[in-house]
Design a protein around this ligand. Structure first.
Ligand code: FCB
Length: 485
């Protein structure tokens, strides 16, 4: 169990101030030292799949540069680093034969972090499924729950003496919906809703078996959660009606898009799918067994979530116009309620609303406060600390004539969003940490290298790293434990 976190008007003293990356996005070395191919290696070679036709073959060459990169983290004052493990580096065929060189790489990274006084936080799965497992059905095959448990056991035995913070799956809704239904992420399939629901259920099962396996394999008490994705829902003004409408909008399964966060979090934290799901999906619903739900519903140690943006919500009055039904990054903006007065209405942003380089990243600074509060209320059992496992901003940064990177928009974004967490702390919501996405610019999936999310600028031609102004600013936040926000 997690230790008791001191909450006060400010951030707890042991708050993790971190930054995050993922294996395929930064490591490169795609076929080095016995690593097997993953579905992203396959996807990156598919014509037209990635903007600019680029691949993650080299990415930030992090695999060759862990000493330099950890030294950079130390210079930035980070107290934690979230990275992911490439399943295919550890098990080239996904099951069976272990590639010791792969495990050695992560073990060396963990040692380097600990020597630098940085808490390692390991994600078991950040989307790079071994290709060999895809050929056996991947997330469509229920057996993946036992493949994942075996993988978790191997990694837990190798690193669990030193790694205390673990994340099973990163954003299962994104890798399942974007990968298996929409087809714009690996493996690029366009399955039916019925089939995609099967994948969803298999992913949640793997979270459950993976959690059990990790706990059994790690020789010390560890803290485990997953990192779900989703827009925050922000009350347009803070009236009780609007707050309730935002809560309902967040937790209601409003359609068959499969993006609704309760579909992914309720089984994990509450042991059941949302009550309305069978009616919403009708004949497509998969009617999970009680035994499966028990496996999925493992005790967890914190509430992790990734959140970049939010949507404003107000309570709809009977006379109000019908809600907008726009779609942002696949998420239905419709509240989906009946015409009763407290029904949520999701409000579209005006066209000129500020965004990052990617249009789904609308500026919505209250996101972290409301997401922390609503998740704490529904899933926290009064005590689980909230950890923001990802939050960040992309801008078209470049090195200025003076040699620096003046990313003022990122600083302002970060400042505003972190104030939301500070508010949560002041209201007594237990907090565990914050991980900025990302430590450094990297391969942004189907978008290639154009969006730059890093606190550190990467010149891909030379692999030169340069701390952006935001990294120096964040260092000051860390140094003062958020007093300067
Ligand atoms: C999240 C992913 C992460 C990165 C950021 C921008 O959805 O988890 O890998 O792509 O978005």
């Amino acid at each position: 169990m997690s230790e008791t976190l001191r909450t006060s008007a400010s951030f707890p003293a042991n708050f993790l101030w971190g930054a995050a990356t993922a294996s395929y996005q930064v490591e490169g070395a795609h076929d080095a030292d016995g690593k097997g191919p993953s579905i992203w290696d396959m996807m990156a070679c598919k014509e037209g799949a990635i903007s600019g036709g680029v691949t993650g073959h080299i990415a930030c060459d992090h695999y060759q540069r862990i000493k330099e990169d950890v030294a950079m983290m130390k210079e930035m004052g980070l107290t934690a680093y979230r990275f992911s493990i490439s399943w295919a580096r550890v098990l080239p065929e996904g099951t069976g034969r272990v590639n010791q060189a792969g495990l050695d790489f992560y073990s060396a990274l963990v040692d380097e972090l600990i020597a630098a006084g940085i808490e390692p936080c390991a994600t078991l799965y950040h989307w790079d499924l071994p290709l060999a497992l895809h050929h056996r059905g991947g997330w469509m095959n229920r057996e993946i729950a036992s493949w994942f448990a075996d993988y978790a056991t191997i990694v837990g035995r190798a690193l669990g003496d030193r790694v205390k913070w673990w994340i099973t799956l990163n954003e299962p809704s994104v890798f399942i919906v974007a990968g298996y239904r929409d087809g714009n992420h690996a493996p690029g399939l366009k399955l039916s809703v019925t089939e995609t629901l099967r994948c969803l259920h298999n992913a949640l099962l793997a979270h459950g078996t993976g959690t059990q396996a990790l706990r059994a394999a790690c020789p010390q008490a560890v803290r485990i959660c997953m990192a779900p994705a989703g827009y925050a829902k922000i009350p347009d003004t803070e009236t009780p009606e609007n707050i309730e409408a935002a809560r309902r909008s967040l937790f209601t399964v409003a359609g068959q898009s499969l993006w609704d966060v309760a579909l992914w979090m309720d089984p994990v934290f509450l042991g059941k799918y949302p009550d309305e799901a069978p009616a919403v999906f009708g004949a497509k619903w998969h009617h999970p067994s009680a035994e499966d739900l028990k496996t999925i519903h493992q005790p967890l140690d914190f509430i992790g979530f990734n959140c970049y943006s939010g949507i404003r919500v107000r309570a709809k009055t009977a006379a109000a116009p019908a809600p907008s039904d726009g779609s942002v990054r696949g998420t239905s903006l419709a509240g989906g309620g009946s015409a009763i007065s407290a029904a949520p209405e999701d409000l579209p942003y005006p066209q000129e609303h500020p965004t990052g380089q990617l249009s789904w990243l609308m500026l919505a600074p209250e996101s972290l406060y409301w997401q922390s509060r609503f998740f704490h209320e529904r899933y926290g059992r009064g005590k689980l600390p909230v950890v923001v496992t990802e939050n960040g901003f992309c801008s078209g940064d470049w090195v200025a004539l003076d040699g620096h990177i003046h990313d003022g928009a990122r600083i302002d974004y970060l400042h505003r969003y972190l104030r939301g967490i500070k508010r949560a702390a002041a209201e007594g919501i237990p907090l565990g940490g914050y991980f900025y996405w990302s430590l450094m610019d990297n391969f942004e999936w189907a978008e290639g290298y154009r969006p730059r999310f890093g606190l550190v600028h990467v010149d891909y031609a030379t692999q030169k790293r340069t701390l952006k102004d935001s990294a120096l600013w964040y260092r000051e936040v860390i140094r003062t434990c958020g007093q300067n926000l």
